[in-house]
Ligand binder design. Structure first.
Ligand code: PMP
Length: 364
């Protein structure tokens, strides 16, 4: 072992050494359908107004740590109940980290699986035990009996429910979620990252449960590059969590740009409506392929299971054809032979479909 290696062993926490980094592939040159981004740019006039607004930015000054204007705009745009408070994060990833940093050592973190990988990743990085409770095999619905039993056994300090869930795309049964809220010994975080693409959510119930927190992000709406997520909850909770937030975690450009974007509701509403329509079109086209199962989705992506092909080979063939999606097969288990494709622009979806049919033919 070299001296540098032994220093790593001696100094770093073993859970950090054991972690694998969150892998983000280099997407340059590809049709990028792997990361649930909104594919649309802004109209020319909107961009002009945005740049005009940014003229007022003062990059020599620290940003407003309280983000008062931005919080007001977020609350109005998201129907946050008046008596709820907000915690802002550099993406909702940072909010997950803040939540977990606040918990006592040994606290159990629980979520149905498969789900968004950062719940486990961040729990492990902070040496907190993560318990995943399998979703039902056929349709990825909550197995409510198993979930309630797992909560009774492990007494989780925090439960994450992605609503809709990533990578499966479905909304869990709202009555099951209510049962989890009633029975949970600790916090329940409804992660509504895909809210713009879903017909249901729990934001209006914030305050009705003392353990309910609702987390959202601007990433999937169309502002992934700004990195802005938020958590809505009872003031007592938000006040404590806010102590762990780095004072200037939302930078000057993000604050100004997000405030501006929230004034452009019509632009985003049109983009979201187009993506929702194209989701239905893409799902219908994929459903015609007998060797593929496409799952219902309330998000801006579709989960596919290959019934007769090898997902690794199809993924590589798509890549060779210039289309990047997400290969979930390496995760194994319930995601064996599964792929996830983000809904792009109509021409991108068409390029994907053509390349996908070709890839299935080539790898049959
Ligand atoms: N929650 C879920 C369910 C997600 O799928 C994602 C991103 N893939 C996030 C949170 C994180 O989003 P961001 O950090 O961009 O706000």
């Amino acid at each position: 072992m070299s001296r540098a290696d032994s220093r790593l062993e001696v100094l770093l926490r073993p859970e950090v050494r054991a972690l694998a980094a969150y892998h983000v592939p280099d997407a340059r040159g590809y049709i990028k359908l792997d990361a649930m981004e909104n594919p649309y740019a802004w109209p020319e006039e909107t961009t002009r107004l945005w740049l005009e607004r940014l003229r007022g930015a003062e990059p020599n000054r620290y940003p407003d740590p309280a983000c008062g204007n931005l919080k007001r705009a977020l609350k109005a745009a998201n129907g946050v109940p008046g008596d709820a408070e907000l915690l802002l994060g550099n993406g909702s990833d940072e909010i997950i980290q803040i939540l977990l940093m606040a918990l006592k050592p040994g606290s159990v973190v629980m979520a149905p699986v498969p789900t968004f990988v950062m719940y486990r990743q961040l729990a492990v990085s902070l040496a907190l035990p993560f318990v995943g409770v399998p979703l039902r095999a056929g349709d990825f619905a909550l197995d409510i009996g198993a979930f309630l039993a797992a909560m009774a056994e492990h007494r989780p300090a925090i439960v994450f429910l992605a609503y809709p869930n990533n990578p499966t795309g479905n909304l869990f049964d709202a009555a099951d979620v209510a049962r989890i809220l009633d029975a949970a010994p600790g916090l329940v975080v409804l992660d509504e990252a895909y809210a713009p693409y879903a017909d249901a959510g729990f934001m209006d119930r914030v305050g009705q449960y003392d353990n309910l927190l609702v987390m959202r992000t601007l990433s999937k709406l169309g502002l992934a590059g700004l990195r802005l997520g938020f958590l809505a909850g009872p003031p007592d909770w938000i006040r404590e969590l806010d102590k762990l937030r780095l004072p200037y975690n939302i930078n000057v450009l993000t604050q100004l740009s997000a405030e501006f974007a929230l004034e452009q509701q019509a632009v985003f509403a049109a983009q979201v409506a187009a993506i929702r329509e194209d989701r239905a079109r893409l799902a219908a086209a994929l459903a015609e392929i007998a060797a593929v199962r496409v799952y219902d989705s309330q998000a801006n992506f579709l989960l596919l299971r290959l019934l007769r092909h090898d997902a690794d080979r199809v993924f590589e063939a798509l890549k060779a054809a210039g289309v990047l999606i997400k290969n979930l097969h390496p995760a194994g288990g319930a995601l064996s032979q599964c792929l996830r494709v983000t809904v792009g622009k109509p021409e991108e979806n068409q390029r994907f479909l053509t390349a996908f049919r070709q890839a299935l033919a080539e790898t049959a």
